[in-house]
Design a protein around this ligand. Structure first.
Ligand code: OOG
Ligand code: NI
Length: 412
């Protein structure tokens, strides 16, 4: 079995796991499938302009959070085996409220692979030495705690490396990879040290979710929907309370504008049972509420000029047709064989929306002291930590446009 099939199976396996852990996720996935079927019925072929219904139905993004550069490099190996590579650098410390992590997204990088299965995982790493969040003592304690834990068994990492070097695993090896990889992202029943967890939580819930427990877990798993406004209403009817808005660009009426980038919304998961170890050593049943449900709708990818316009002046400044967006160089398109513009789907994330999703699901804003020293984290740091190339999303969109252009010119 090769990386492509392994990725598709990995996405399915995590979806089963998350459905068993968070029942509302299953409700959400079913509602998405219903809405997608309705959109397909209503809009026909046009509904598949941003990806085939097969792709959209299987499409998921997950989010995980790790503590150290070494853990991040291991995540890179596990996803690398599935043909998912790090793309983009996001600094959530700049968000409101600030979150002490920097992030990348692991995903397939070619159109063909994305069409086969577009599984992507937003991956954040804690910035333990950022003094705006952690004092010297907490940093030292965090380092000690994180260095002592093992997120991924050696057997899993060995299988991952074998897949990356040989592009092939036997069926038994692939089954074992999936079993170990899925288990690595399950919520652990290991008791949580109450004093340590609460200390971190007073600084940042996300820091506690990362550095307060001995394993990592899928924080959310997000299906894709073709009409997120309809989905939002449907979830309300089903009695699931969503956050108060849809993040990202506003709704576009069909024929009166173009869907760009990414729109997403979420609901808070119920609190989950977790075991706690109290200061006196006793273990008690408690509850934690850190995971949630999220759904996304995707549009055309914007060029750097389009993105600047969006970030600076918002969506109202945008032309309302594909032709005008293309002519103004604001969004990425290819042409199909009939010569019609074909949008290149946005495959990445939006830090502003991510921050909104984080914030709306946090129990508190935490504490950050802006006067204290930030620590340097940038794309170069991320690439070094990963020990593998960190792809620039714009370079990937440009390459796709260029390759499609060359293929069209070659066609008779
Ligand atoms: C990641 C939040 C980012 C998104 O969809 O923007 C994200 C997290 O909660 O760890 O998944
Ligand atoms: Ni997400």
């Amino acid at each position: 079995m090769g990386p492509t099939e392994l990725r598709a199976r990995f996405a399915r396996s995590l979806s089963e796991l998350y459905g068993s852990e968070v029942p509302a996720y299953t409700t959400l996935v079913e509602a998405c499938e219903q809405v997608n079927a309705e959109v397909l019925e209503r809009r026909g072929e046009d509904a598949e302009r941003l990806g085939s219904i097969q792709r959209v139905t299987a499409e998921r993004h997950g989010a995980i959070r790790v503590g150290t550069a070494a853990e991040l490099a291991q995540v890179g190996r596990v996803f690398g085996a599935c043909g998912m590579y790090p793309v983009g650098f996001y600094d959530l410390r700049e968000a409101t409220p600030p979150i002490p992590v920097v992030s990348t997204a692991f995903r397939p990088t070619s159109r063909l692979e994305l069409a086969e299965n577009p599984f992507r995982v937003f991956t954040s790493v804690l910035v333990v030495d950022d003094r705006r969040f952690f004092d010297e003592r907490t940093e030292a304690q965090l380092r000690e705690f994180l260095d002592a834990r093992t997120l991924f068994p050696d057997e899993l990492l060995d299988l991952a490396d074998r897949m990356e070097s040989e592009h092939e695993l036997s069926h038994d090896q692939a089954d074992r990879f999936l079993e170990l990889a899925t288990a690595s992202f399950a919520l652990s029943d290991e008791p949580v040290d109450r004093t340590w967890y609460e200390h971190l939580e007073s600084i940042s819930s996300v820091a506690a979710d990362i550095g307060g427990v001995t394993s990592t877990h899928i924080n959310h798993l997000t299906p894709r929907v073709l009409d997120i406004d309809a989905l939002y209403a449907r979830m309300g009817e089903l009695g699931v309370e969503m956050i108060d808005r849809i993040q990202g660009p506003p709704r576009v009426e069909s024929g009166r504008g173009v869907d760009v980038l990414l729109r997403q919304t979420s609901f808070r998961a119920l609190d989950e049972p977790r075991r706690f170890r109290e200061a006196d050593g006793s273990v008690v049943e408690g509850r934690l509420r850190v995971r949630f449900g999220e759904v996304e709708a995707r549009g055309v990818a914007l060029t750097p000029a389009g993105r600047n316009l969006y970030d600076g002046r918002g969506f109202r400044a945008f032309p309302t047709t594909d032709e005008d967006l293309h002519r103004a160089g604001l969004a990425y398109y290819t042409r199909n064989h009939a010569g019609r513009l074909q949008p290149i789907v946005y495959e990445d994330f939006l830090p502003k929306s991510a921050a909104g999703i984080f914030a709306s699901n946090l129990t508190s804003d935490g504490t950050a002291d802006a006067r204290r020293r930030a620590s340097l984290r940038d794309a170069a740091w991320m690439q070094e930590a990963l020990g593998r190339e960190l792809h620039d999303p714009y370079a990937l969109y440009e390459r796709e446009r260029a390759e499609a252009g060359a293929a069209t010119r070659r066609a008779p």
